[in-house]
Design a protein around this ligand. Structure first.
Ligand SMILES: [Zn+2]
Length: 621
């Protein structure tokens, strides 16, 4: 019965919505943003009969069915001045059935989006008392079955008094609090978030040039907007470096939408003509935070080429109800992650040493990811839909996480090093980027690709058995991380007692201690073990994530006491005794570890050329 009804509805769909050229109007009242509720009013041109409206489910950039349907509330529909009943589809929670009464030519829909929780796939609220982030997918409905390119929206917003805004959307009219945007496709609307806030700063990065690049910042306090001249110069250089790397731009203008807040979701989301990035409130004021976030904006910017313009075929879907296939995320995210770090360094947001420390930490973590013995990298990409369901680090080294990001750094460094070695420094991944992601400059468009297209493009730069190499890296299980790029690059991964710059900064900010490469665990300041590495000394002693370290060698636990115990165990045969609380029970674990502190670093191999150093050199002067 359901199937029959569905077919019937699909047929009617063509007749019940007016010609697709007609615009859908959406007005979003953001004046309640500090309470994390957005009010939307939509008007659809319709004909009488049964219609189906859908709420976006598969969100670009999230690569998964993360559309915040549970947060959609206050849904009311009206036609010809009368309230009309709607019904949610019993199977698809994102679909609504409505019967438009005879005589009606438009359908008014009002709805609220509750934005206090994850609204952009980033895990946190969309707004605070001082700022907001509007992702249109949280407030729109559209005709079922329509291609997002074919549906036109005329959008407007009402802002809280005295708040300023930024977006890549073209503004058509602006009143005191209201802003109306030029008509755009649903694709462009969802690809163009709006940020707004009391504390706002705009910096023109490429004044007088076409296309323009603007840094738009909102923050919870005015002082947070104090981007240094050095950082501004680095972001200007970032724009120049991407021009030199890709040789073309796939946008008409570009907005770096940058939110500095501890109150809203800590996400970075890429778009064709903007990126919507959130960093800690004091990022521009604190050198450690500045270093930890240095690659965020370059990463999201690279996505305009790699991810938005060139997109894996499985992620290039016609609308937001069509499921996505994430198999090639090690290109979409992995290559972007590699280029993000490299460009941050070429632009001066990171020093070469900071880049190497970050890479050493990434390599060490992946080399201790025991889940690689059962789960190939591609499975972490295909499983993107479920990997974010577990919001914990417990057994993460055995389970694997979104490893297609960091392992992409290692794989693409290896590809870059091989290209440079094969061509005696004549060619590199820069050439691949120019050929694969460059093309002709112009407005946003999507050019899908497959695994074979990637292999073909690499072979065009330098012939090599790329298919075998990439298949092995992506589809095979392994005991160790792919460190070939570091080694070909003229460096090696070593461990010693000197703290790693990145880990040290992260430990301070996230309030945890990293003993991963010595005892085999990370531990919060309350003594709770976040993860225990399978096969490590702590694991062999019987310890597991969630247990709480109470005492070290019969003395109350602190990170300093544990560091001292590791040091004294180095010259003895006595195990380190850890008293741990496991909910209501206590037990002492004897950890037989005598190899001292181990922190990852890259060490230069002087007999080989410094290819990694060459990779990090800017292309512009
Ligand atoms: Zn990304």
């Amino acid at each position: 019965m359901r199937l029959g009804t569905r077919w019937f509805c699909c047929l009617l769909l063509t007749f019940s919505f007016s010609a697709s050229a007609q615009e859908i109007r959406i007005q979003v009242d953001l004046s309640d943003a500090p309470r994390n509720i957005y009010h939307a009013q939509l008007t659809f041109p319709v004909h009488p009969g049964d219609i189906e409206l859908v709420f976006p489910k598969w969100i670009p950039g999230n690569h998964r069915p993360s559309g915040p349907i549970a947060a959609l509330t206050g849904l009311r529909m009206e036609a010809g001045g009368h309230a009309i009943a709607w019904q949610r589809d019993p199977v698809d929670m994102y679909e609504f059935h409505v019967n438009v009464p005879s005589g009606a030519d438009k359908l008014d829909v009002s709805l609220d989006a509750l934005t206090g929780q994850d609204s952009a796939g980033g895990g946190g609220p969309a707004a605070s008392s001082n700022l907001l982030d509007l992702n249109w997918n949280a407030v729109v409905l559209y005709p079922k079955g329509a291609r997002s390119d074919d549906v036109t929206f005329v959008a407007s917003v009402t802002l809280p008094p005295a708040w300023k805004f930024a977006t890549a959307l073209p503004v058509e009219w602006q009143g005191r609090y209201e802003v109306r945007f030029a008509p755009v496709s649903l694709t462009t609307l969802i690809d163009s978030p709006v940020i707004a806030g009391v504390h706002f700063r705009r910096i023109e990065l490429t004044k007088g040039e076409t296309p323009t690049h603007v840094m738009d910042m909102v923050a919870d306090a005015e002082a947070d907007l104090a981007m240094s001249e050095k950082d501004i110069a680095a972001y200007r250089k970032l724009v120049a470096e991407t021009g030199a790397l890709f040789g073309a731009r796939h946008y008409r203008h570009y907005d770096f939408l940058y939110t500095l807040s501890d109150q809203v979701g800590g996400h970075g989301l890429e778009h064709h003509e903007s990126n919507d990035s959130v960093a800690a409130e004091r990022t521009l004021l604190d050198p450690d935070l500045d270093m930890l976030h240095a690659s965020l904006v370059p990463h999201e910017f690279v996505h305009s080429w790699n991810g938005k313009y060139r997109r894996p075929a499985g992620l290039a879907t016609p609308n937001y109800q069509e499921p996505m296939i994430g198999d090639l995320l090690w290109v979409y995210e992995g290559l972007t992650d590699y280029l993000g770090g490299v460009l941050a360094t070429r632009s001066g947001l990171l020093t070469d040493e900071q880049y190497r420390e970050s890479l050493a930490e990434t390599a060490a973590e992946l080399d201790h990811t025991t889940g690689r013995t059962w789960r190939p990298l591609e499975d972490t990409a295909r499983s993107v839909q479920i990997l974010r369901m577990l919001n914990t680090r417990e057994w993460e080294n055995w389970r694997r996480s979104l490893d297609y990001y960091p392992e992409g750094d290692l794989i693409w460094l290896e590809v870059d090093s091989i290209l440079r070695q094969q061509t005696h420094g004549e060619r590199s991944l820069n050439d691949f980027c120019r050929r694969f992601e460059g093309g002709e400059s112009g407005p946003p468009k999507v050019v899908p690709y497959t695994f074979d297209d990637v292999v073909r493009a690499l072979n065009d730069v330098a012939p090599y058995d790329w298919a075998t190499l990439l298949n092995e890296r992506v589809n095979a299980t392994s005991t160790h991380a792919p460190l070939g790029g570091i080694e070909r690059g003229g460096w090696k991964l070593v461990y010693n007692g000197k703290p790693n710059l990145f880990t040290q900064a992260l430990e301070k900010l996230a309030k945890f201690s990293d003993f991963s490469y010595s005892l085999g665990f990370t531990v919060g300041e309350d003594g709770k073990l976040h993860d225990v590495i399978v096969g490590s000394a702590a694991y062999q002693a019987g310890m597991g994530p969630g247990m709480k370290v109470v005492a070290v060698n019969r003395r109350r636990w602190t990170p300093a006491v544990l560091h001292a115990a590791i040091k004294s165990a180095q010259g003895s045969t006595e195990p380190i005794e850890l008293l741990a609380e496991d909910r209501e029970f206590f037990k002492t674990y004897s950890v037989a570890y005598h190899d001292g502190e181990k922190n990852p670093h890259l060490e230069r191999v002087s007999t080989q050329p410094d290819i990694l150093g060459d990779i990090l050199k800017p292309l512009t002067h």
